[in-house]
Structure formats: C-alpha cells, structure tokens
Design a protein around this ligand. Structure first.
Ligand code: ATP
Ligand code: MG
Length: 374
C-alpha cells in the first residue's frame, strides 16, 4: 500500500517567490501520476518536498495516513530518479544497484538476488560488470531506474528522467517505463513538461502553472474537459485554436460573431450559455475539430491556406485570421496547396466556450463516454 496525500502544500523561496502554492492532491495506491507544466511552474519543488529534500513552508504531506512532513529523507520510503541519471561513475552497474542495499545492511545473497532481478526487469542484466562510461545514455538511465526500484520504495519520484535522451529513445523508454510500472505496480509521480509524454503515460495528469494546480484529471478529462484556456492550450498538438467572439441573440437564436464568421448555435451549445451575461467569450476549437468541406454551402468560413505541413499520416493546414495562426488537422489526402481557398466548418459537438475574463470553461461535456462515441 502506498497512498500519498498533499494538503495545502506550499514552498516559498525568500520573501516573495512561491515555488509551489496550495497544492492539494491525493495519489492512490499504484497510480501513475504525471506533473505537467511549463518551466518554473513548481514541478521539481513539489517533488523535492515529497522526497524531503526541500523544507516545506506550509501544509502537510501524508504517506499512508502518516504525517511525514518533517521526516528526514532517508526515513520516507521514497526513491527519486533525476534528469541527469546521477549514477556513480567509479562503480560498476552491479555496485551502483547494490550500494543502497548494502547501506541497509542487507545480507549479501539477498542483495545478489535483487540486483539480478531488477537488472533483468530493466534490461541491463548483461551490463552488470560494466562502468557507466561504457554505457549509452538510455542504458545509464536504466541503471538509475534499477537502483531506485531495488530499494522497493513506497513511492517513486521521477524528475524528467527521459529529457537527456534523444527523441527516438525517449519514446521507447516511455513504453518501457510504463511496462515496468505495470510489473512493479509502484505508486509513481513522474515530472515532465512534454504534454505528449504526459498523455501517453499517466493515469492522471496534474497540470501546473506558476506554482498552482490548474487541473487534475485523466488524459481524456484534461483533453476534452479542459477547465480553462491555459489547460486547453497546453494539452494537445497543435494546440487549441482560440478566437474571441461576440455573443448575440438574433431572432431568438444565440449567435457567435467573429470578424470572419457568424456561427449560429444549436440548442445543445446554447444551453450552457443561458446565464452567461458578458458580451464576449473565447471560443476554443481543436485543430481536429475543424473540418474542410468540398463546397461553401455549409462552411462557417472560407480562407486561403497560408502553409501546409505534411505529417505523413495527416497534414496540418495553417491559415491566418485576425493576425492569429489557426491550425487545422486534415487527412493526408487530398493534398492541399498553399494559397488554395478552403471552406471550413466546426464539429459542433466539440466546441469549447470560455469566460472572456476569467478564462474558465463554460460548457464542460457532461458525459465523456458519450463524447468519445460520437
Ligand atoms: N532554490 C531556489 N531559490 C529561489 N527560487 C527558486 C529555487 N528553486 C526554485 N525556485 C523558483 O521556484 C519556481 C519553481 O521552480 P521549479 O524548479 O519547481 O520549476 P519546474 O516546474 O521544475 O521547472 P523546470 O521545468 O524548468 O524544471 C521557479 O520560479 C524557480 O525560479
Ligand atoms: Mg524541474
């Protein structure tokens, strides 16, 4: 069992800088949690407080119901894997993994059994006799992982452990790490600022900005039910297109007015806006929720293509509206050309509305399962 609870956890550096502020989070047993957010948002700070490497300014940390806020790191039962692997260069792979176990005064044959077991798990068994300098970056990172796994911590903390690897190896290690997590079932918190890494690995994602949590949810929840403009813009590539529109009523129908189009809302879309009384809102449309039509009749707007970015499996079409780049994900064929006139409509079931001032979501989807079916 390993359940972690952070209650109103905050860290202030000096008088003014908040590294993390009012963090509330419950991590359940065996869960794989990912902290995601731009540089400086407080991911490392929060992780280091959990590990006991950073003094807490306010709040509490509970591990399996026990208050560990002021417990020294070595009594916490957590292992941390860092970005720069931090393996000991003068020790063989075997000794790197065995060292923390020797420190625990574990019997020699028991240590030997564990070293062999975890090195097989992370695929470095054949390198046990080598020194770190004789290994590739990915292999070295696996040594660091093996060493962390060997001590059987209650919680695994990983701070951008894949960021020093090249793009291809990174993607492969993602899959391997997930497979290792399935085998060890260790409760894990993994830090990254790469949203696609977060989406592909997490049970739940914690999205942070400026020391605070913006949203916590499964990959589907944060994608389809983004709570605010920041989350909708951070999750997904290319990012969500945002357009400021005027909200009007014409002949009893609610319409959204943009300099380039007028969008009449159906009852389903108008419903959540019934009590919205500001005259502007922010319309969010994901690039794959824009559809290129053959003819003009049903289009929301028509524009000329600025740039086409072929991706093999699909193509990304960029147009410009009101000085802003709007991106559309289209199937690979037909191939579009720069300067071609296209007619575009929206998938009306995927429109996102945000308050023009608070940037909060106005129309969360009620039933995510339902949205995934249509
Ligand atoms: N020792 C420190 N002294 C003062 N300010 C600090 C210290 N460590 C971190 N900070 C500040 O706290 C904030 C959060 O930093 P943190 O390292 O947690 O960000 P991060 O999300 O891990 O970013 P990155 O993705 O760049 O690693 C930043 O504004 C940072 O400048
Ligand atoms: Mg960091």
């Amino acid at each position: 069992m390993a359940e972690l609870e952070l209650v109103n956890l905050s860290k202030r550096y000096g008088k003014k800088v908040w590294g993390a502020r009012g963090i509330n989070l419950k991590v359940t047993d065996r869960e794989f949690i990912v902290f995601l957010g731009p540089s400086g948002c407080g991911k490392t700070t929060t992780l280091r407080m959990i590990a006991g490497l950073e003094e807490v300014t306010e709040g509490r940390i509970f591990l399996d119901g026990k208050d560990i806020t002021y417990l020294p790191p070595r009594f916490r039962d957590v292992s941390m894997v860092f970005q720069n692997y931090a393996v000991w260069p003068h020790m063989t792979v075997y000794d790197n993994i065995a060292f923390p176990l020797r420190m625990k005064k574990m019997p020699k044959n028991e240590i030997d059994r564990i070293v062999k077991e975890v090195s097989k798990l992370v695929n470095i068994y054949e390198y046990l006799g080598r020194y770190p300098r004789q290994l590739s970056g990915g292999q070295r990172q696996r040594v660091a992982l093996a060493r962390a796994i060997a001590v059987k911590p209650k919680i695994f903390l990983m701070d951008e452990p894949l960021s020093n690897l090249d793009a291809k190896l990174r993607v492969r290690m993602r899959t391997e790490l997930k497979a290792i997590h399935h085998k060890t079932e260790a409760t894990t918190i993994f830090v990254t600022h790469d949203q696609s890494e977060a989406m592909s690995m997490a049970d739940r994602i914690v999205i942070m900005r400026e020391g605070r949590i913006e949203q916590i949810g499964t990959p589907e929840e944060v994608y389809y039910n983004s709570d605010n403009v920041f989350v909708a813009g951070f999750i997904g590539t290319p990012p969500t297109n945002f357009m400021e529109v005027e909200v009007k009523t014409e002949n009893g129908r609610m319409v959204l007015l943009h300099p380039h189009f007028k969008l009449e809302l159906d009852d389903e879309n108008a419903e959540p806006l019934k009590h919205y009384n500001k005259d502007k809102l922010i319309l969010g449309v994901r690039p794959e929720s824009m559809v290129i039509l053959k003819n003009k009749d049903k289009a929301v707007f028509s524009e000329r293509i600025l740039v086409v970015e072929p991706q093999g499996s699909h193509q990304i079409i960029a147009i410009e509206m009101e000085g802003k780049i709007v991106k559309i994900v289209a199937p690979a064929f037909p191939r579009y050309k720069e300067n071609e006139l296209i007619h575009v409509s929206f998938d009306m079931k995927r429109l996102m509305f945000f308050d023009a001032e608070t940037e909060k979501r106005l129309n969360p989807f009620k039933d995510l399962m339902e949205i995934q079916k249509v």
